[in-house]
Design a protein around this ligand. Structure first.
Ligand code: FE2
Length: 209
């Protein structure tokens, strides 16, 4: 290497492995929620967008909240506020489905808890214009690296949880397994005090869940 190149202002994608042992009871429960394709052919979503408020999922909510606390501390280093889970839903993808590129509005950090991942369908793709170009420029590099790539694919396992900034575009590849892929997705928002009185930035928020 000729240069000592620093990656600054990075986007954190954080995976914690094996936060939960996935059993048949949880899989069956996830499938018992009424779901709908929302007029697309890609996925089925639970009609309930607050599934973690279901008492049968209390232990799952506890696991996610524990991981969120760790993320707040280790990655965000939040001082006078915290992340609260807002929306939560099951996403079930069957053969022929996919997750087209999207992001999650009205949320700070989003996450997925992976309940069922058929073989060869255990990845998630993230998309972002390389910081080096910033604007609407596409250049084919000789070799892709962390500075010039506009997409990045990460592997996950059943029982893993992943956190990422909600504004970040992401997608899941076309799905052709005979088994379904089941994910519990969730959004969060900041609860507590943002900013300070040194500048006119102070904002106190209470998130109702
Ligand atoms: Fe998503």
């Amino acid at each position: 290497m000729i240069f000592d190149t620093h990656s600054i202002f990075s986007i954190p994608i954080s995976i914690k492995h094996s936060v939960l042992n996935i059993n048949n009871e949880l899989i069956n429960l996830s499938k018992s929620f009424e779901s709908d394709t929302l007029n697309n052919e890609y996925n089925k979503f639970s009609k309930n967008y607050y599934v973690l408020n279901d008492v049968r999922l209390n232990y799952v909510k506890n696991v996610i909240e524990t991981s969120l606390k760790e993320y707040e501390k280790e990655v965000m280093s939040l001082k006078d506020c915290q992340l609260k889970i807002t929306n939560s839903w099951f996403s079930i993808t069957e053969s022929g489905g996919s997750h087209p590129t999207h992001n999650h509005p009205n949320s700070i950090i989003s996450g997925c808890l992976y309940l069922k991942l058929p073989k060869n369908h255990n990845t998630i793709n993230f998309h972002h214009t390389p910081q080096i170009y910033k604007g609407n420029i596409t250049i084919e590099p000789l070799n892709y690296n962390q500075f010039n790539s506009d997409s990045y694919t990460m592997s996950v396992l059943e029982g893993d949880i992943i956190f990422f900034p909600s504004w970040l575009n992401h997608s899941v590849n076309y799905f052709d397994s005979n088994e379904e892929r089941i994910v519990l997705g969730f959004n969060t928002f900041i609860d507590g005090n943002l900013g300070n009185d040194t500048w006119p930035t102070k904002l106190s928020l209470k998130v109702k869940t």
